[in-house]
Ligand binder design. Sequence first.
Ligand SMILES: [Zn+2]
Length: 384
Amino acid sequence: MILRPRAIVRDGELFEGLEVEYAEGVVRDVRPFRGTPDGTILSPAFVNAHSHLEYRGLQGVVPARDYWTWIRELTRLKTLQVPAQVREDAHLAARENRAAGVGYVAEHSDLPVAGEAMRAAGLMGIVFQEVITFNERDDPDSKWRLVEERAAINRAAFGGPVVPSPHAPYTVDQVTLRRWADAPQNSPLFRASIHVAETSFESAFFRDGDGPIADFYRRQGAPFEATGLRVVAWLDALGLVRPGMQFVHACAVEAEDVGLLARRRVSVAHCPRSNEALGCPVAPVRRMLDAGVRVGLGLDSAASSGPIDVFAEMRAAVRSAIALGEPLDEREVWHMATTGGAASLGIEDWRIAPDARVPLLRLPDRPSLAALIRDGSPDDAVWL
Ligand SMILES: [Zn+2]
């Protein structure tokens, strides 16, 4: 197939006058052409760097507008859900991702239904099978076995990678967290994803033994102690700040944390709509990119972010960076939603370049990426 778009997006920039030879999902050649372009813009498909397909049924039903109330209410509502309904929700969310132009999803899964949903919708990706041991802290190995059983079901249905992954530093016990420390590159635990510093509560908890997480531990009779370390430094002491790790959110991080993430080649999933909705601090993405951290854009769950819409997420990334006074330009945001997001997940050839295996989208002709982002909606993404 020879494609002659008005422009192609490569590494977040528009290039005109190039034709693309494309066959069986692989870019065979990119070369100059003369003649009339077809009036579209060609882009690598979107990459959703952080997702919870299973929460689709909770879109618009968790009213709280602050993080702690929201997560408690979400946890309560989850216990009331019927597995068959969650399965349908996951299928719907997977189809909506695909319809919105998403080709690759980094999914946090609890029940073993995301794998089949992603396969049915034609999504590539990775499933991080979530480990939470807070309620099994006397016998975390029993939870580990359950997670491995669920991962096996997801793996068989999906056909792609499915790996156990810790939910968050404060919901997984230290002995279990150490399973991921120093995992070599050939270990199934090398690639992992964990929610980190979504709020300032995590550092308050680990450093000072204070705040809502400490209150929650006390009410539940769970032991803890102040360590004097911010959450990222605490994770570093455990050996979890290392290559292969994806930190989701990284909102409440300090300059030293950003430097550490860069040096240790930890990638970050930035979820600006979710952060905005829950009143989380704005993640310092400008500083992360400048330091060399690989950042992907994540739609998170529809329960916090709202409808599955990459354009809305890109607009939120632009908006929140301006609000922080550390702007990102549209090229950087597009890159985070495509090639850069893929690279943050270890996929290096998600670009329109010879020999790259990448799904492609046709988008309406607009004068710039800024205009595409400003006016874009899921319907604009048309699969090749
Ligand atoms: Zn999440």
